[in-house]
Each structure stands twice: as structure tokens, then as C-alpha cells.
Design a protein around this ligand. Structure first.
Ligand SMILES: Nc1ncnc2c1ncn2[C@@H]1O[C@H](COP(=O)(O)OP(=O)(O)O)[C@@H](O)[C@H]1O
Ligand SMILES: [Mg+2]
Length: 270
């Protein structure tokens, strides 16, 4: 028994940097896990994923944010508006994947960590440049960026924003098989991954094909709930492998440039 707890203590965890929430799941998400961040539009899924990569970059880690829903500029504008000080981190925007090598030099020369952003436009250039048809193999382009970054840099984290956009852009004719191999790829390469999943407004499912739910190591859910005409964001862990976590529903707030999770309007009793 003692050995088991010793082993557990050694598990490295990635914080979500949500005050009052990380403590509720043994400090964070186990390193190398693939986690779905699910929610309807406007639940702050992108902001939450950005928040993790930003704070990890401050702590010396490197992460890749692939944005298929909004341009890098729009994402950064939003981040600045929320008060993230982008001058504090080594921010690398990939504007043309064929010039990835020069981006890699900037990542390598940075003393601390980096936040790397690749958006729809940069990937589209690459898809156009290949012999792949108009439906383009976006997935392979993304996989190639990951492989290159993992090979040449200390990239540890990956955000795909969003899985839903990838389904629109790529040919997912055999989704179950394809998804199985995507998850295998991410686990083999050893990146701690956040896959953003846009839920339908009726919240009938966490992910498009539902296989994502059992393939993922973790599911984090954000919901908008109306109470007395006031809409609040609610956060909960649906599933988190290898983690003794509190699955209660927390209120998610963003104030003073920080995310907070509270229970019943009060900070949770740890
Ligand atoms: N400065 C801010 N402080 C707090 N919340 C903000 C701020 N700016 C935007 N928001 C909220 O963030 C939401 C968008 O967040 P985003 O992460 O893009 O959501 P999602 O990715 O789930 O669609 C907006 O609908 C708005 O309510
Ligand atoms: Mg978003």
C-alpha cells in the first residue's frame, strides 16, 4: 500500500490554474493525459485552455495551441482583453508552417518556456501546398507540426481548439477508427493534451461521436446556467483517470486576471 501512494505522489500533474479547483483533483491533470474540455459556445473553453498554456509558459514549459476556430490575432486580442500580459512569455505565432524551422530557433533560444500558436490560416497554406484535395488532410498537417516540435523542442502541452472544427475541415468518414488512432498518437508522443469540444446547445452529448468520451483520460465540463435571470458558468470534472477528484459542480469566475472556482458561492473547503 505504501508503495502505491509513493508512486501516486510522484505523478507529475499539470495545473489548470483555476484557484480552488486544482486542489480538488490532486493538484491537476496527470502529465501525458488527453482531456476533453466540453461546453457550449461562450463557456470560456478557449480562455481556460489558453490560461493553462500561458501559466505553464511562465513556469518554463512549452505548449502548442492549434486554433482552428479563431485566428491567432483574435485569440491574442481576447487574451489581452482579459488581462494576460503577453510580454511576460515567449510567444511564437506560426504564420507559415513551411517556415517552422525559424520558429523552432526562437523556441530553442528562449530561456524559459514558450507559447506557440498555429491557426487556421497557417495550416491552410500548408494544406494548399500539398497534393491533398480541397477537403485537405488537416489532421496530418497538425500531426507533422506536433512531431517536428516534439523532436526539436521541449514541447510538453498541446491544445486543439477545437475537435469540432477539425471534423468540419477534415474527412471523418470512419470517425471511430480515426479517433482511436488520434488518441493513440497523442499518448505515444507524450503530450499533455486538451481537446476542446463544442457541445450542442441542448447539451445532449459531450462530443460529436461520443467515442471521444471513453477514449479521453479526462472530461472537464463547463456549462452556462441561468439563475434568477443571471447566467453563471459552472465547472465540473466528469471523468479524470488516476485521480481522486471532487466531482461537485463549481461556479467558475474570472476576476482580477484569474480563474476562480467556488462552491455555493464560497471557496471550497479543502
Ligand atoms: N475581460 C473578460 N473578463 C471576463 N470574461 C470575459 C472577458 N472577455 C470576454 N469574456 C467572456 O469570455 C467569453 C468567450 O470566451 P471563450 O474562451 O472564447 O469561449 P468559448 O471558447 O467557450 O466559446 C465571452 O463570451 C465573454 O463572456
Ligand atoms: Mg473557443
Amino acid at each position: 500500500m505504501a508503495k502505491k501512494s509513493e508512486k501516486k505522489e510522484k505523478m507529475e500533474r499539470i495545473k489548470l490554474y483555476i484557484d480552488g479547483f486544482d486542489q480538488q483533483m490532486e493538484g491537476g491533470i496527470p502529465k501525458g493525459h488527453v482531456t476533453l474540455i466540453c461546453g457550449t459556445a461562450g463557456t470560456m473553453k478557449s480562455s481556460l485552455a489558453f490560461n493553462t498554456l500561458y501559466n505553464e509558459a511562465l513556469n518554463g514549459k512549452t505548449g502548442l495551441y492549434v486554433s482552428l476556430e479563431q485566428s491567432a490575432n483574435s485569440l491574442l486580442e481576447h487574451a489581452e482583453n482579459m488581462g494576460f500580459d503577453l510580454s511576460k512569455i515567449n510567444l511564437v505565432t506560426i504564420s507559415d508552417i513551411s517556415k517552422l524551422s525559424s520558429n523552432i530557433s526562437s523556441i530553442k533560444s528562449s530561456k524559459g518556456g514558450s507559447l506557440i500558436i498555429s491557426d487556421l490560416g497557417s495550416i491552410r497554406k500548408q494544406v494548399k501546398g500539398t497534393k491533398i484535395g480541397p477537403s485537405g488532410d488537416w489532421l496530418n498537417v497538425i500531426k507533422n507540426i506536433i512531431k517536428k516540435l516534439k523532436e526539436k523542442t521541449e514541447c510538453d502541452l498541446f491544445v486543439l481548439d477545437s475537435l469540432s472544427a477539425l471534423y468540419v475541415l477534415s474527412n471523418f468518414d470512419d470517425p471511430r477508427t480515426k479517433l482511436f488512432y488520434i488518441f493513440e498518437f497523442l499518448r505515444d508522443i507524450g503530450l499533455t493534451t486538451f481537446l476542446i469540444s463544442e457541445m450542442p446547445l441542448n447539451k445532449s452529448k459531450y462530443s460529436e461521436y461520443e467515442v471521444e468520451d471513453y477514449l479521453a483520460d479526462g472530461i472537464i465540463l463547463i456549462q452556462l446556467t441561468e439563475r434568477f435571470r443571471k447566467v453563471v458558468r459552472e465547472l465540473s470534472v466528469v471523468k479524470m483517470r488516476s485521480t481522486n477528484c471532487n466531482t461537485d459542480v463549481f461556479t467558475l469566475e474570472y476576476k482580477n486576471k484569474k480563474f476562480y472556482a467556488t462552491q455555493g458561492g464560497k471557496p471550497p473547503i479543502v
